[in-house]
Design a protein around this ligand. Sequence first.
Ligand code: SF4
Length: 466
Amino acid sequence: MGGFFGVVSRTDCVADLYYGTDYHTHLGTMRGGLAVQNGQGITRFIHDITNAQFRSKFEDDLPKLWGSSGIGVISDYDDQPLIIRSHHGAYAIVTVAKLENLADLVASALKRGAHFSEMSGEEASPTQVVANLIDQGDSLVDGIQSAQDAIKGSCSILLLTDDGVYAARDLLGRTPVAIGEKPGAFAVTLETCALANVGYQVNRYLGPGEIVRITQDGVETLRPPGEKMQICGFLWVYYGYPASNYEGINVEVVRYRCGGLLAQRDDVEIDMVAGIPDSGTGHAIGYANAAGIPYGRPFVKYTPTWPRSFMPQDQRVRDLVARMKLIPIREIIEGRRLLFCEDSIVRGTQLKDIIERIFACGAKEVHMRPACPPLIFSCKFLNFSRSKSELDLAGRKSIQELEGDEPADLDVYADPDSEPYCAMVERTRKRLGLTTLRYQRLEDLIAAIGLPKQRVCTYCWDGVEP
Ligand code: SF4
């Protein structure tokens, strides 16, 4: 998916930028980039972070970077930041975006006489396409507005210019963007967990589609926020960092509430509650506290050499890494009835392997409680599942087993009180080899988040697209 961080400071910004960007590492696997403006121009470095941590890759660059404003990115796809010279002047750009209509945007740009440097897959760089759209505008704000209007999907942007950092949250606010402040400096970030340890406090959250310009003197709104919001509900369930807040709502707190609500509806008899590390942990603590049942760690994660949560794009390598990271503890598993909370079941292949290993260590029963409903529709708004077919989703696989390749009506599978839903869950339970499987209900997930349903994107669970 990716994440970004920017700083405008009265003093040198590089240390804050370096650490602040690093705190987005859980959001991307491919590229890291930093760009700093020092009054004489923009200096930029981009590195491949596929097999190395962001900080180690940029350590040697730090002495060559200085300046009072900068932007950084962790990208799951294209090389960023790009430095663009246009009629707006020179600027650096980073995006967190999914351009569903990338091919159409490229075709129209080519007709206008534009050109793009191609990436290895013969696709134009999405960030370059966004920059090209921005350059069609009379001003940067006008260009950002028309770029966001033209994009199907979502696009949040940071621009580093001579006169400050422009920040734009995507039109429906699917991705969060927050402003941080400390004496003499402002930061802009996707993850608010990036702020505290570099001394910033959250100043405010940008609204959907809001555009601001950040200078040493403050934050100026250039386009006010829109009315409609569709912030991604999956942020709180799965890929957001526990120490982060979106719309002022903390991830870990939501996960405790999710687990608590799962426990309230449950009647299973168990000896221990556990989380599938890491993102199942908060949900499991919430479950254990609400149910009054001990929380334990039947698996521990080997973090010294397997520290990252998002791993290589190749699914087989990801599965192998997932297996090597988790070490079971037989003494805790043997003879016990265990209930695991999991953020979600995406494909279920890694989970199947985990369940087999738990039984192999002598578990009597293994119950699974995902913190969100079954995923039925692939996300088309955010860029974190590029290569996956919708039919890879565990829920869709079960539907396919029940109905073949073309189910008559997918919506019935989003209704937890319907027979087709129960049949789908039962198929998934059997395939994974679980004793019981019960998913979170969507209304409980929304209650745990605490925003009105119409303000949260729930498309991947119910297919609703306001
Ligand atoms: S479809 Fe799912 S993952 Fe995508 S933005 Fe909506 S809630 Fe998030």
